[in-house]
Design a protein around this ligand. Structure first.
Ligand code: TXA
Ligand code: MG
Length: 319
């Protein structure tokens, strides 16, 4: 199969409306989309990514007003979150309606819904006749794609089309809040921080506030994530590492200047937003340079730093 790369939202949407699998930019990361009304195309997303069939997909809508195209019930708390954070980097898990096939939700009675704010995403989604199911556009287990060329690297020849846009502004996947139960629960951290969420819905819970048996199984969490080929080594803020020969094939990323000088590759980020934006791209660069160890400084666990820390810990847990 030839993968067409286009900068035309019309062409990309036409391809999707005809049953194609189309990658598109969003402000978080690039998505790999198929129309929820084309079940064969949904299956091709799983095949192209090598994604386990029991890991549900998020559905994307062009406008917050399209929510009831996929949901059957929206709680008052969910309505407040929609009002404040849609369009944007937030996914809400809601009770689904019958238009969402089981292949999208992996048989769950809930659906993750997101309305991206990126203008290319909106131009594309507006022209799609059905809501668009889309996981991140990477091979399963690998770092998410934050640019169209990262998508091409992972999925060339396996998908029909890539809508070419700018690199993703945020660089980390959306925050996910489960609003299908009585009290909203944070399932994944992201650019909409717990501090932001609590300003709107103070009662929102996080997994650490629950006892072990109360933690709902977010189906994707059991799978390895975000891992480059290299081993990830986590460093506390400003932590020193011993300078040894190993570092000749090592890289460093963090907010502090690295304390050892022999790194083959160094990314010193000026702030946490930059750290989030460049992280997955840096992992991919390290792979292309055959780096074997990436030393990653853990940022302070506040605001966007929680999301960066979460992705680093999962990447360090390996594949
Ligand atoms: O920013 C994002 O969210 C990107 C862009 C493309 O929108 N998408 C994304 O999708 O990160 P994905 O599939 O890589 O991650 C979605 C996560 C998975 O861990 C999945 O298990 C979880 O959301 N998820 C999807 N539907 C769910 C549901 N109904 N209940 C609980 N978790 C769900
Ligand atoms: Mg993903």
């Amino acid at each position: 199969m030839q993968t067409v790369v286009t900068d035309s939202p019309e062409e990309a949407a036409r391809c999707l409306n005809e049953g194609g699998v189309v990658a598109f930019p969003t402000e978080t990361v690039y998505g790999l989309g198929a129309a929820i009304c084309h079940t064969e195309a949904i299956e091709r997303i799983f095949a192209a990514k090598g994604r386990p069939g029991d890991n549900p997909l998020i559905v994307h809508i062009a406008d917050p007003g399209d929510l009831m195209k996929v949901a059957s019930h929206v709680s008052d708390d969910a309505k407040k979150l929609v009002l404040h954070f849609f369009p944007g980097p937030l996914t809400l898990v809601l009770k689904k309606n019958s238009s969402v096939p089981d292949s999208v939700t992996a048989g769950l009675d809930t659906v993750g819904v997101r309305c991206p704010s990126n203008s290319d995403a909106t131009a594309f989604l507006k022209r799609c006749r059905c809501p668009v199911a889309a996981p991140s556009a990477n091979v399963s287990g690998r770092p998410s794609s934050t640019s169209w060329d990262a998508v091409l690297h992972d999925l060339d020849g396996k998908i029909d089309c890539i809508l070419k846009g700018a690199p993703s502004d945020i660089g980390l996947e959306s925050t996910i809040v489960d609003c299908s139960g009585e009290t909203p629960l944070l399932l994944r951290t992201g650019a909409v921080t717990i501090e932001n969420l609590r300003e709107v819905v103070p009662s929102i819970r996080t997994a650490d506030s629950l006892r072990q048996h109360e933690i709902p199984k977010s189906p994707g969490l059991k799978y390895p994530h975000y891992a480059p080929e290299a081993r990830i080594v986590l460093l506390g803020a400003g932590e020193r590492i011993d300078a040894d020969s190993e570092q000749r094939t090592s890289a460093y990323i963090g907010l502090s200047l690295p304390v050892a000088e022999q790194f083959a590759l160094v990314k010193h980020c000026c702030n946490i937003e930059e750290y989030a934006r460049v992280l997955f791209d840096f992992f991919r660069l390290c792979d292309s340079r055959k780096i074997s160890f990436i030393y990653c400084e853990l940022p302070p666990a506040e605001g966007l730093g929680r999301a960066v820390g979460d992705r680093l810990s999962r990447a360090a847990a390996g594949r």
